[in-house]
Design a protein around this ligand. Structure first.
Ligand code: F6P
Length: 545
């Protein structure tokens, strides 16, 4: 969005969308299917091996066309070109956001940066090949068999998700992830590992993050306690960072450091050397396929017209429900156990990017921006929170993500999983009327009077909006395309909301206060007193020691 672009509520199409939303609020999606015989084909998009079926959304062609007009009013095409062209889209930090360059093979006008990326890819490949071929030996000359990635936020969630999702493609080295400053996280991981066969990747763009540095210091002591000398540590520690000085202070030589750049946000960094643990876990070839899948989605995003642009459509659906139906949350339901970390990854992507209350120029917004994003792997959620999706008072739009085949070889059981996903999507749409509820109770042998009493509790209003994203198989390329799809959706929504999706100033104050409270707990007499509630809780902690 350019500085001169008006904010969402001032865009010409905004008022029209409000009235369309009012007229559709009580519409029946099943009726829309009855009236429009090609709806199941018209509200479907395909790109990069993914299919988005948004035919069960509370939306007709008129509303869709008004939403597309909104995207035009918000100058979305120009904003897409700006992102990919390397303009300063992160205005508060005065940086571009060039995660697309990390998976690009060509980038006109950005050749210098691409050369740096390519050199980093070569280094990643070197380490991935070296570890997978058993050439990396630890201090006892034993071959390294386990890699522990120590990082948090974007330096953890992406790599952890990708390693887990691509487990069927796994090579010879097992990758583990430690993020929490809770000592139990590191302890639980290390208890199954042997120091002489373990390599740590300290993954921190800033190399200043408390959790990561604390865990890394303990890991280094663990290595020393097992007999590693200072010189031996070079065989056991790599760093991914843009702060080479701090990594050197920690004792990691520059040849063991892989770069990060200030033009890549943490939550967009899995495609960089931050993804080294995934490249090691899956082997370089599969990591390249993962990059290629994302690159294909970038090309689709940059070139497809708005009406067939998958990230744009997903974003317009988000805007539709947040701003015109007051939906405060969005649920992502991967029907694949290996994608169980996807909601965590998307949570940071979406909520750290778009949890903002002022415009790019600092004006307080009078409309809602990023919703709460949450979710869990199907079918787990069906036995916990789906009750609220079907009968709760709040509208919570859902994305079902369904790979159509399984790597397990157990296709009969997988059929049940897919059936469950499709059933939940359909149930959200069709709901259950009072008459249907009564009939079902009577069929179960319930007395007519009791059936009449109970029926209201069984009613499901239906018309709960949801999309179904299917992929033939969860391959590295499909995963790359899927993650890039959500990255671009996030950006488009940020553009339409008029916010900067690439900073995260809101996380700073908590970190600062955390340092002050830690000093107070450690007995620092110079630490100024805090509010009475915090002082009381510190005293309570002290009493428990
Ligand atoms: O505190 C939030 C954050 O800065 C995220 O944006 C980032 O992904 C995470 O912390 C980790 O940061 P780093 O990679 O610098 O350790």
């Amino acid at each position: 969005m350019q500085a001169s672009t008006p904010l969402l509520t001032q865009l010409p199409s905004y008022a029209r969308l409000q009235s369309l939303a009012t007229s559709l609020a009580n519409a029946s999606v099943e009726d829309m299917f009855r009236r429009d015989r090609s709806r199941q084909d018209d509200f479907v998009l395909q790109a990069c091996g993914l299919e988005l079926d948004y035919s069960k959304q509370l939306l007709n062609k008129e509303a869709l066309s008004a939403l597309l007009q909104l995207a035009t009013d918000a100058e979305l095409p120009r904003a897409i070109a700006s992102l990919i062209g390397g303009d300063i889209v992160n205005n508060t930090e005065e940086r571009p956001a060039l995660h697309t360059l990390l998976r690009a093979r060509h980038a006109r006008g950005l050749e210098d940066k691409l050369a740096e990326v390519q050199s980093a890819r070569d280094t990643m490949r070197h380490w991935a090949d070296r570890l997978n071929s058993g050439q990396q030996q630890g201090f006892s000359s034993a071959v390294i068999t386990d890699v522990v990635n120590i990082g948090i936020g974007g330096s953890d969630l992406g790599p952890r998700l990708v390693s887990e999702a691509l487990r069927p493609f796994q090579g010879n080295v097992a990758c583990h992830y430690v993020a929490n400053v809770d000592p139990a996280d590191l302890q639980n991981t290390l208890q199954d590992l042997s120091p002489d066969t373990t390599l740590f990747i300290i993954c921190s763009k800033s190399f200043r993050t408390e959790e990561t540095l604390t865990n890394s210091l303990v890991a280094r002591e663990w290595m020393r306690d097992a007999g590693a000398s200072d010189a031996d540590l070079d065989k056991h520690f790599l760093a991914i960072t843009s702060n080479l000085e701090a990594a050197a202070d920690f004792g990691i030589p520059s040849e063991n450091c892989l770069p990060m750049w200030d033009w890549v946000g943490g939550r967009y960094s899995v495609w960089s050397a931050v993804g080294l643990s995934c490249a090691i876990a899956t082997g370089w070839r599969h990591f390249e396929e993962f990059l290629a899948g994302a690159e294909a989605m970038d090309q689709h995003f940059a070139s497809a017209p708005l009406e067939s642009n998958m990230p744009v459509i997903l974003s317009l659906l988000e805007i539709w429900y947040v701003n015109f139906f007051n939906a405060g949350s969005h649920v992502v339901l991967p029907y694949d156990n290996s994608l169980q970390r996807l909601p965590d990854f998307l949570q940071q992507l979406s909520m750290e990017s778009n949890g903002k209350r002022v415009s790019k120029s600092g004006v307080a917004l009078d409309y809602t921006t990023g919703p709460v994003l949450w979710g869990a792997a199907g079918t787990m959620g069906q036995h916990s929170f789906h009750q609220l999706l079907h009968q709760g008072t709040a509208m919570c739009p859902a994305d079902f993500i369904i790979p159509l085949t399984t790597h397990t070889g157990m296709s009969a059981q997988h059929r049940r999983l897919v059936a469950n996903g499709l059933a939940q999507s359909r149930a959200m749409m069709v709901g259950r009327s009072k008459a249907e509820a009564e009939t079902s109770l009577l069929q179960r042998g319930v007395e007519p009077a009791r059936a009449d009493e109970l029926a209201a509790h069984l009613v499901m209003p239906g018309n709960r909006p949801n999309s179904v994203i299917t992929l033939p198989s969860l391959t590295p390329a499909a995963l790359g395309a899927l993650l890039a799809l959500y990255e671009h959706r996030t950006y488009c929504s940020g553009v339409i909301w008029g916010i900067n999706s690439f900073d995260q100033w809101g996380v700073e104050s908590g970190k600062e206060i955390g340092g002050q409270i830690h000093s107070a707990m450690s007995g620092d007499p110079t630490q100024a007193a805090m509010d009475p509630a915090t002082e009381r809780l510190i005293a309570r902690w002290r009493d428990a020691q």
